[in-house]
Every structure is written in C-alpha cells, then in structure tokens.
Design a protein around this ligand. Structure first.
Ligand SMILES: [Zn+2]
Ligand SMILES: [Zn+2]
Length: 223
C-alpha cells in the first residue's frame, strides 16, 4: 500500500503530524482534531486506516509517529505545498494571507514532474513565503527565537510566521498590513508581561502585539 500516493485527506494528516512534531508539540489525536478542524471520531477512524496502511504508528503514550514511508510522504506533500505557495506569490503576486489556502487546494494534484520544474524554476527555496522551512532545511531555522522572548530595545528581523498562523486568514491579513512579514526589521519599544503585550516599531509605526501571537512569530536578532 505504501508505494501508492496517499489520498488528499491522508496527505493533510501526514503534513500536520510532521509539522506539529518538528515544532516540538506532542502529536496526539486531540491535537490533530484541532489542527485539521475535524471531530475526534473522524480522527480516530482515519488514524486506524493510516496505521493499517503503514503511514503511522501510535506509541504507548498515545503519541502518533510517522513511519519512514509516512515521513517521506509528509515531506513530499509539504514540499509541494510550499513550492505552490511560491508559485502563487511570485507569479500571481497573491498576498501572503492568501497563498496558503490557495496552495492547499492545488498541492494534492501537483505531479512530481511539475513539482520538480517548480523547484528548479524557483531556485531551490529553503523556506516558504511565510518563512517556514522546507522539509530537510529545519536546521536553518534553529538560530531564530520567538518574538515574544525579545527585550526592550532589541532590534531583530522577522523570519518566520509559524505554520499554525498560516491557517488563520484574519491574523495573516493583520500581520501583512502592519508589515510583519519575513525580512522586515523592527525594534522592541516595550514589553509588558502583566499586560501580555509587546510593542514594536516597524515600518516607521508603533505596533502592539499580544505575547501569545508573538510566540508563534520567529525572528533573528540584529547585533
Ligand atoms: Zn502554507
Ligand atoms: Zn507558507
């Protein structure tokens, strides 16, 4: 079974499992239900099929782990997704807030040949337009820190808007409209832990973010 390309539903599960795992989250079925916006019984039934077909195993702590075949299929679909995002961003000039959901519709039907062509045409990108690493390039993001961990006065560059935020159109539109996109430099004006906010100066304007949102945005400090 595992030599076949998984169905779009299974590909979505594989992608989410891979992403949660690399972001250091515990991969359990309740978390999958939340990420995929489906019911717990649906996740249970799908995971059964995935175990039967050799994509995942569930360990003693009820954690879901990818098998080598599952891991390879997950990396494959995420790569196709990210290449499609670049295609939409570069060629069609779609905004960051839209490329994720549009790419999500297209990624499953992209042939290996077209994916290969895109990879070459886009000159082997290591990150998606939101700054999330393509599978295999995780190490390149290791030096980045959460925006919420910065102190007053520090300057940094936005690098990564984490995958879970890509799903949220309202947040992405907000961030993009305020200039919080990969490559943008900013300075921390004030951190108010009791208020759970961080105030930045970005694009010549002040911007207040909640610390929780800021914990899913990664940056590199400017010396
Ligand atoms: Zn995406
Ligand atoms: Zn992306």
């Amino acid at each position: 079974m595992t030599d076949l390309r998984p169905s779009p539903t299974i590909e979505d599960y594989l992608g989410v499992i891979y992403t949660l795992d690399r972001n250091g989250e515990r991969v359990i079925s309740a978390r999958l239900a939340q990420s995929l916006d489906v019911s717990a019984p649906t996740v249970t039934a799908t995971l059964k099929r995935m175990q039967r077909d050799g994509w995942v195993v569930v360990n003693g702590q009820k954690e879901i782990e990818l098998t080598p075949a599952g891991r390879s299929a997950a990396m494959n679909v995420i790569r196709r997704h990210m290449l499609t995002e670049w295609m939409l961003a570069r060629m069609l000039k779609l905004p960051l807030s839209e490329v994720h959901r549009e790419a999500h519709q297209i990624e499953h039907s992209l042939s290996p040949e077209v994916a290969e062509r895109l990879q070459v045409e886009l000159e082997d990108p290591r990150f998606c337009p939101h700054g999330n690493p393509l599978p295999g390039f995780e190490e390149e993001a290791e030096g980045w820190v959460a925006l919420s961990s910065l102190s007053q006065g520090e300057a940094a560059i936005v690098r990564r808007i984490q995958e879970n935020l890509e799903e949220d159109y309202a947040i992405l539109t907000f961030l993009e409209s305020k200039g919080v996109v990969p490559g943008a430099q900013f300075q921390v004006i004030e951190v108010l832990p009791f208020n759970e906010t961080i105030k930045l100066s970005i694009e010549g304007k002040d911007l207040i973010l909640g610390l929780r949102l800021a914990s899913d945005i990664f940056v590199s400090r400017v010396a």
